[in-house]
Design a protein around this ligand. Sequence first.
Ligand code: COA
Length: 148
Amino acid sequence: MKILFLKAEETHDLRHSVLRPNQPRTAVVYSGDEIESSFHLGVKFENQVIAVSTYHLESSPLFPNTERAYRLRGMAVDPKFRRQKFAERMFLFAEAELQKRGCDLLWFHAREVAFPFYEKLNCLYASEMFDIEGIGPHKTMYKRIPAR
Ligand SMILES: CC(C)(COP(=O)(O)OP(=O)(O)OC[C@H]1O[C@@H](n2cnc3c(N)ncnc32)[C@H](O)[C@@H]1OP(=O)(O)O)[C@@H](O)C(=O)NCCC(=O)NCCS
């Protein structure tokens, strides 16, 4: 299984079916997706995209002492392919890629259902629980990326 760099539009079907099934297609086009500093990772099986995740250069007021923060968005794995380490492999690949890009911190809004996944990857909590309308409870989480 190989982690691939994807075009933004290749992430859309899975983002829609897994993360925002009740929202219009336009909801899966994230602002910043096409910016040069952004990148998208994925896994394909028989030419179908079965796992996706996106990384945007974006700071957060929760991490004021950060030089170059990235935000993780749209982490999703096709339900038929879960618990086979696809998401974990993507995350580890992203950490190495972010390190190459001089990123010092990765942060994201984690869905409550995904807390055990991110905890396993040694991500930490930076907020209390908050609700994102139409999606559900989240906490901000992060992981520091060491310098090369
Ligand atoms: C969260 C998600 C991306 C995980 O993808 P995955 O490929 O199934 O995860 P992995 O196989 O890489 O899991 C690695 C480890 O994380 C933990 N983990 C993953 N999913 C878990 C779950 N549902 N419950 C408990 N622990 C879990 C386990 O420790 C797992 O290792 P193990 O299977 O050896 O026990 C996937 O379940 C998903 O797409 N969920 C719906 C969308 C979502 O919530 N995305 C995150 C938005 S913030």
